[in-house]
Ligand binder design. Structure first.
Ligand SMILES: *Cc1c(COP(=O)(O)O)cnc(C)c1O
Length: 410
């Protein structure tokens, strides 16, 4: 799909039914439950034999329309919207995992994802296997018959490591293991996960999609590419559901029981956010390229880590995977933790805040915040340095951002 039709599709995905008042945007169906004409119709809906909505923890028209738009622009077989990115990741791992199963992944993980795997789900018998995903031999050696998925983030945060996704998917295809990727960091207009062999895609829609940090949200995209007859846990279901096996397990059981569906108000805001996503992303990543370039010439900064700089070790692989727009997150290293704190405290325009891809530029010190409750040893294992500041670049004038950083470094 080219840019033109991608953006047209975002805006013009058809409504499932004509609105009674011809509303030009999908109304917010802010209700918990739906009424039925008859007991028979109610039975059909509860058995999943009609498309009628029953209860907004299961499906809701406003949320379903948001899911449909995402499906249209990504080519996913099914899309599930949840109330946060973490809810999306939890639902996927609980759908795939079981006591005695293992997840093969990298130590370079978002802090809460690492904690979910190493603590919350470990308590239920899921094993976390950390390896160097850039080393195919090591990945292969870690996979066995109880590997329920290989999981990675397409650009790790805050290390900004980029793995060759085709190399990973070659292994997962050959060994019949589902490939799950957290693709939050590059939006759908610039990265097509399906083309790189990702089977299940998880996204924090809090970030690019929400339209300026309006709300929390998460997405699970199932591309329908994995043969679930090869899954130790789901193979029995696969006889009935075929490529829909994962989605069926998720929607008919796990997601319903965990109760973390997106709310209709959030789906409304994120549908609007989606409409301007391409524009915002182009502006933010353009700003990021320019800012990183200018900062890499400043002697006060030890290193600028950004995959959009030609001397970055991931420049080529990033271009291959993410195209011309290499994202709106970068980091700098200063002399010490103290220097980072002094710098952050001097910022005037740039906000000291967590989150990514707000319309405003944000900065934080990952080691003392997102990774602050981890021990120094674990931070070292995850390669989270005390000297690093992370930026999420927004839509301001780039000169203003540059000036703010220059004055804060003085
Ligand atoms: C923010 C983020 C998450 C978590 O998403 P929430 O919406 O905050 O729950 C997961 N993965 C990545 C890469 C993120 O940036």
């Amino acid at each position: 799909m080219d840019d033109q039709s991608f953006n047209s599709q975002i805006l013009h995905t058809a409504y499932p039914r004509t609105d009674a008042y011809n509303a030009l945007s999908m109304p917010i169906y802010n209700c918990a439950a739906f009424e039925f004409e008859s007991a028979e119709a109610m039975e059909l809906a509860f058995l999943g034999k009609s498309t009628d909505h029953t209860y907004s923890r299961i499906t809701n028209p406003t949320v379903q329309y948001f899911e449909k738009r995402i499906q249209t622009i990504t080519g996913a077989m099914s899309v599930t919207a949840l109330n946060s990115g973490m809810a999306a990741i939890s639902n996927v791992l609980i759908t795939l995992g079981y006591a005695g199963a293992n997840v093969v992944t990298s130590p370079h993980l978002f802090g809460n994802t690492y904690s979910l795997m190493s603590s919350t789900l470990a308590a239920f018998g899921l094993e976390l296997r950390l390896c160097d995903l850039s080393n195919p031999k090591e990945v292969e050696a870690n996979i066995d018959e109880n590997t329920c998925c290989v999981f990675l983030e397409i650009i790790t945060n805050p290390q900004l490591e980029v793995i060759d996704l085709k190399q990973i998917s070659e292994i997962t295809r050959r060994l019949n293991v589902p490939f799950v990727a957290d693709t939050t960091i590059i939006p759908f207009n610039s990265f097509k996960a399906k083309d790189f062999g990702v089977d299940i895609d998880v996204v924090s829609s809090t970030k690019y999609i929400s339209g300026g940090a309006t709300s929390l949200g998460g997405l699970i995209l199932d591309y329908g590419t994995f043969d679930w007859a090869n899954s130790k846990k789901l193979r029995d279901m696969a006889q009935n559901f075929g490529p829909m096996t994962f989605t069926a397990k998720l929607r008919k059981e796990v997601h319903r029981n965990l109760g973390a569906y997106m709310s209709p108000q959030v789906a409304y805001m994120q549908t609007l956010g989606l409409e301007t996503m391409t524009l915002r992303y182009e502006r933010a990543s353009g700003n990021c390229v320019e800012l990183a370039k200018r900062l890499s010439e400043m002697s006060e900064i030890e290193t600028v880590n950004y995959i959009g700089l030609p001397d970055n070790q991931y420049y080529e692989v990033s271009k291959r995977q993410f195209g011309a727009n290499p994202g709106a997150m970068f980091t700098i290293d200063l002399a010490s933790r103290e220097a980072c704190f002094v710098f952050l405290n001097k910022l005037k325009l740039i906000k000291r805040a967590t989150n990514l891809f707000d319309n405003k530029t944000l900065a934080l010190h990952p080691a003392s915040t997102i990774y602050g409750t981890f021990s120094a040893e674990i931070r070292q294992k995850l390669h989270v340095s005390d000297k690093t500041i992370r930026f999420s670049v927004g839509l301001e004038g780039v000169d203003d951002l540059y000036q703010d950083i220059v004055q804060a470094l003085k």
